[in-house]
Design a protein around this ligand. Structure first.
Ligand code: C2E
Ligand code: MG
Ligand code: MG
Ligand code: MG
Length: 282
């Protein structure tokens, strides 16, 4: 690896990119083009309230459809966008697309909040709150149409600056949650001080909780911790009926995962939402 790295001068070496003939710099400049040429779109995954079995929100998950390489995972290009200074533009795009989709839903009588994922650079930008509030206003929507997800590590990398932005977002009335909870190097103390209302248990604990007793115990502990702090708890990565039933039993508030529905494009999700008047089965 080291020899290769010196020869090519890659800033960061990742065998995944090399094996497919892609390097990060190429991918970065292609992402820049992709942003200009509308290769990015949003998929949506529903979130279910486990107490009522109703859909209580949808998460917006970005997709990059590359003209020749096909779909590229956000796990690959979000870190690149962060390193290459493209993430603010990307997030602005996600906010705008979400608002447009929300308007369409509103027009056909579907009123459901959209969760948007934020990156570390987003919550360090003092302009983010006013950007979001004017986007809401310009689309004749209100603050309850949005939710924001922030990872522990994004917050911990610049707690002071992040806290100021999060407090401003909170004063706009936008609910915020901690994503991937349990995976970052975080202190529990910050949970008490952050203006968050939701914690989202990382899918790595949830996915196999029906067969892995340690993970089931971790999930239970996080639910209890969240409730003791008056937070709502979401489990992401629910892949089986058994896990869903366990989560209900443990008092978890909301669930998201392939067992309920995989992320889908706007039109498909709209159809699903319209048919899914009765979720009691879940
Ligand atoms: P995340 O925010 O934690 O999103 C959940 C991820 O888990 C999504 O992957 C989703 O498709 C996947 N997932 C949902 N249910 C299940 C399940 O039952 N089993 C399994 N195995 N996976 C499940 P996705 O869409 O590939 O996104 C990956 C990550 O990329 C996201 O993790 C988020 O950190 C980031 N991301 C996605 N969209 C955006 C965006 O618009 N902005 C930013 N900043 N990050 C984004
Ligand atoms: Mg998320
Ligand atoms: Mg997550
Ligand atoms: Mg994640």
């Amino acid at each position: 690896y080291a020899a290769k790295r010196m020869k090519t001068g890659y800033a960061v070496y990742d065998p995944k990119f090399e094996s497919s003939g892609i390097n990060r710099l190429n991918l970065m400049s292609e992402l820049k083009k992709g942003l200009q040429h509308d290769q990015l779109s949003l998929y949506f995954q529903p979130k279910i309230n486990l107490h009522t079995s109703r859909v209580c929100g949808v998460e917006a998950l970005i997709r990059w459809h590359h003209p020749t390489r096909g779909f590229i995972s956000p796990e690959e290009f979000i870190p690149l966008a962060e390193q290459g200074g493209l993430i603010r533009e990307l997030t602005s795009r996600v906010i705008r697309m979400s608002m447009e989709h929300l308007q369409h839903w509103k027009a056909i009588g579907i009123s459901i909040p959209v969760s948007i994922n934020l990156s570390v650079r987003d919550i360090q930008d003092n302009n983010l709150p006013s950007q979001i509030s004017s986007a809401i206003e310009n689309h004749a929507l209100d603050a309850s149409c949005l939710e924001l997800e922030i990872t522990e590590s994004a917050f911990m990398s610049a707690p002071q600056k992040g806290l100021r932005v999060l407090k401003n977002l909170d004063s706009l009335g936008i609910p915020m949650g901690i994503d991937d909870f349990g995976t970052g190097y975080s202190s529990i103390a910050y949970l008490r001080d952050l203006p968050v209302k939701i914690i989202k248990i990382d899918r790595s604990f949830v996915m196999d909780m029906d067969s892995n007793d340690n993970n089931r115990k971790i999930v239970k502990s996080i639910i209890d911790l969240g409730h003791n702090l008056d937070l709502q708890v979401v489990a992401e990565g629910v892949e089986s009926r058994t896990s869903l039933d366990m989560l209900k039993e443990l008092g978890c508030d909301m669930a998201q995962g392939y067992f309920i529905l995989k992320p889908r494009p706007f039109d498909e999700l709209t159809d699903w939402l319209q048919k899914k008047t009765d979720l009691q089965k879940l």
